[in-house]
Design a protein around this ligand. Structure first.
Ligand code: GDP
Length: 298
């Protein structure tokens, strides 16, 4: 991931090496190269414009004092601005004062929600929590079963509708799951919801109904990073239809360019909380904007 972007930025910075001061023309040329590099990485145009304008402005105003030479100074500015567009500080789940903390997953079908539910449950367990996974995706015939398999792998309990009792009503399942969590002292509830292949009104309404029924502490929008710019459009639709508190990027392992990762926090104004980079339950981590920026800058 970010291979081309990293290479291009490295080449840009290299061309500044050895200069003792940067002229306006140097800064403009550098800004242009950064712009092309970001656009090639499929970063959202508005994000690119803003990013480049800030780098240019800061580079022109930079005091050439201290230990950094001009090239190091530009790298530092780009690093800080990358951290900023990636969301700034690391932010993960905020646990409710009165358990259970309710986390709801929303996103398109195939985004990786069910897989993510297992990863998140495993992570929560590692943090000393006792999570309950809830199968409120009743659209796909196999979704309940898939969540049960994932739950088993993660070693956590799954609340699923019993045949003949509540099947077909994900809102009811979600509501009963919260009661179950209260009764059996699970301190975190992770609700997996249905997705469709495309954005549609029914899907949004169902997700909104589940949200209203369980009053989640965190709604996580799960999005496949491989869809690039479409991730931003999908995010906007979910922001409007359901609302969310944070983003989970999945399939970062397949996203060669990095456009979704570099656009989504800034465009949505919501933090990227977690990243998933493979099918295995272990291929998952808290998202750290500063580490991601360092990775891009090599
Ligand atoms: P859902 O429809 O949103 O519940 O999506 P699923 O969890 O069923 O995932 C859809 C497909 O993507 C499955 O084949 C998963 O194994 C795969 N998948 C999920 N997360 C990742 C990931 O981070 N990387 C890769 N390469 N595949 C993933």
């Amino acid at each position: 991931m970010f291979d081309t972007l990293s290479d291009r930025l490295a080449a840009t910075f290299k061309s500044l090496r050895g200069k003792t001061r940067l002229s306006e023309a140097d800064i403009d040329a550098t800004a242009r190269e950064i712009r092309v590099a970001l656009l090639e990485a499929d970063v959202n145009l508005a994000v690119v414009r803003d990013f480049v304008a800030r780098v240019r402005e800061r580079a022109k105003g930079a005091e050439l004092t201290g230990a950094l030479n001009p090239s190091q100074q530009i790298i530092k500015i780009v690093d800080e601005e990358l951290v900023a567009i990636l969301g700034g500080d690391t932010r993960t789940i905020r646990f409710a004062k009165n358990p259970p903390t309710v986390i709801m997953l929303a996103g398109l079908q195939g985004a990786g929600k069910t897989t993510l539910a297992g990863k998140l449950a495993r992570w929560l367990k590692g943090q000393g929590h006792s999570p309950l996974l809830v199968a409120a995706d009743l659209q796909r015939p196999n979704a309940v079963n898939q969540l049960q398999v994932v739950g088993q792998r993660a070693g956590v309990q799954v609340f699923a509708p019993e045949p003949g009792n509540g099947v077909g009503d994900p809102v009811d399942v979600a509501r009963r799951a919260i009661d179950e969590a209260n009764r059996r002292l699970f301190d975190v509830v992770v609700v997996d919801t249905a997705g469709r292949l495309g954005i549609d009104a029914d899907l949004m309404q169902q997700a909104a109904d589940i949200r209203d029924a369980v009053n989640p502490d965190e709604v996580l929008f799960v999005v496949d990073a491989m869809i690039g710019q479409d991730a931003v459009n999908t995010a906007n639709a979910f922001a409007e239809g359901v609302g969310f508190d944070g983003v989970v990027l999945t399939k970062l392992d397949g996203d060669a360019r990095g456009g979704a990762a570099l656009s989504i926090a800034r465009v949505t104004g919501k933090p990227i909380m977690f990243a998933s980079n493979g099918e295995a339950l272990t291929e998952f981590d808290v998202f750290h904007p500063d580490r991601m920026a360092s990775r891009i800058l090599g």
